[in-house]
Design a protein around this ligand. Structure first.
Ligand SMILES: Nc1ncnc2c1ncn2[C@@H]1O[C@H](COP(=O)(O)OP(=O)(O)OP(=O)(O)O)[C@@H](O)[C@H]1O
Ligand SMILES: [Mg+2]
Length: 246
């Protein structure tokens, strides 16, 4: 596996991430299991614990973290200072999504194009010192995932999201294999819309079980309102997961 280590953008990306203590890649080969929900909620709740936190949307086909945060693409303006500064959502929460450039128009980046866009973004966004950065990713295992995983494996920790459904578990098996082959020592498993039934699965597969988030009856009505999102019925579960990460 080539690492593209001579690509100046990769070196710049590594430098941009160097002041961040923890970088989490929220990932799943299965679509619709809650990657966007989880990455946004973890970032929002972490920031509420007075920690400098970043949220980066790397889902080029269907970026949607801004919908969760109640941000319109046109209000997302980035200042330029030694690269591009992320947008300040609220105290301690910094954000970057390409939706400010694409304005909700679909862009179908494939293969090499997606990989190029990814390095371009990581090379220009200057996060500064953060406690944690959460990265939302598209479903599947595309070229961009694989390249990011191999190149940044010393810097990033993967959080695999799965529901307890057999369909989801069947799908993440290959992803877990890829992560192990890439040399990740700690692979986190977060069970979404579950009840704790994946704890055994995590142990059997040598994954670090982060816990579970049950189905929230208040999530849908809270999307777009950060204050409401911070008062979800599942808040305790989210804080428990964050305390396992730190
Ligand atoms: N814990 C939860 N409780 C209730 N609803 C949830 C929960 N987690 C996710 N959802 C809902 O499930 C749907 C899918 O979630 P989300 O978009 O976060 O998944 P995703 O994995 O990012 O999807 P994609 O693969 O398309 O990017 C959304 O409508 C979301 O609001
Ligand atoms: Mg998503």
């Amino acid at each position: 596996m080539k690492t593209m280590s001579r690509d100046p953008r990769v070196l710049k990306a590594i430098k941009n991430l160097s002041e961040i203590q923890r970088v989490y890649l929220v990932i799943s080969s299965k679509g619709g299991v809650g990657k966007t929900t989880i990455s946004t909620l973890l970032a929002l709740y972490e920031a509420s614990r007075n920690r400098m936190t970043g949220l980066l949307d790397l889902d080029f086909v269907n970026p949607s973290t801004h919908v969760f945060l109640g941000l319109k693409p046109e209000e997302l303006k980035y200042e330029e200072e030694k690269g591009v500064k992320p947008y300040t959502v609220k105290n301690n929460l910094f954000y970057f999504s390409i939706v400010s450039y694409t304005r909700d128009k679909p862009i179908a980046l494939r293969g090499r194009e997606a990989v190029n866009a990814l390095w371009e973004i990581l090379a220009i966004v200057n996060w500064g010192p953060l406690h944690s950065l959460f990265i939302d990713t598209p479903p599947g295992i595309g070229d961009e995932h694989v390249e990011l995983l191999y190149t940044l494996k010393d810097k990033t920790k993967p959080i695999v999201v799965s529901t307890p459904s057999k369909l989801s578990l069947n799908s993440i098996e290959k992803l877990i294999q890829i992560l192990k082959e890439a040399g990740f020592r700690e692979i986190y498993l977060l069970e979404n819309m579950g009840d704790g039934s994946l704890q055994n699965y995590a142990e059997e597969n040598k994954l670090v079980y982060l816990g579970y988030i049950p189905k929230s009856s208040r999530l849908e009505e809270s999307i777009g309102n950060t204050e409401k999102l911070l008062e979800l019925d599942v808040a305790t579960y989210i804080y428990n997961i964050l305390s396992k990460l730190s």
